[in-house]
Design a protein around this ligand. Structure first.
Ligand code: FES
Length: 110
């Protein structure tokens, strides 16, 4: 059943994707969930890991235009938090090691 919360979440994600993907026209837009469940399970540490690895903060893009990092509200997968999206793929149960793999795969795809 689709609830109002799901629709609002979808709207927020689509808005973020529009802003990030269309207006900024970046290759790999990382949408890192920073809502409650993800926050409780360490999204701040993951954000620090991504920032350290890529040298960017929220709202910034790497010098090679490969990655943009944006915080987003709940992606609707709270039971598999922490989560993020890159393109149209949602990544769940994230750890720094998983993020390293994801970033390497994204970079290899270009
Ligand atoms: S709080 Fe992150 S997916 Fe719901």
């Amino acid at each position: 059943m689709i609830t109002l919360q799901h629709m609002l979440t979808l709207s927020a994600v689509l808005f973020s994707l529009s802003i990030a993907g269309i207006f900024l026209n970046r290759k790999n837009v990382i949408l890192l969930c920073d809502s409650v469940a993800c926050w409780m399970l360490g999204c701040d540490n993951l954000k620090s890991h991504i920032s350290s690895k890529l040298g960017i903060d929220y709202g910034q893009t790497t010098a090679d235009n490969q990655f943009t990092l944006i915080p987003v509200p709940c992606l609707g997968d709270c039971d598999k938090a922490p989560t993020m999206m890159v393109g149209d793929v949602t990544y769940r149960n994230l750890t720094p090691a998983k993020i390293d793999t994801i970033l390497a795969e994204c970079k290899a795809r270009g």
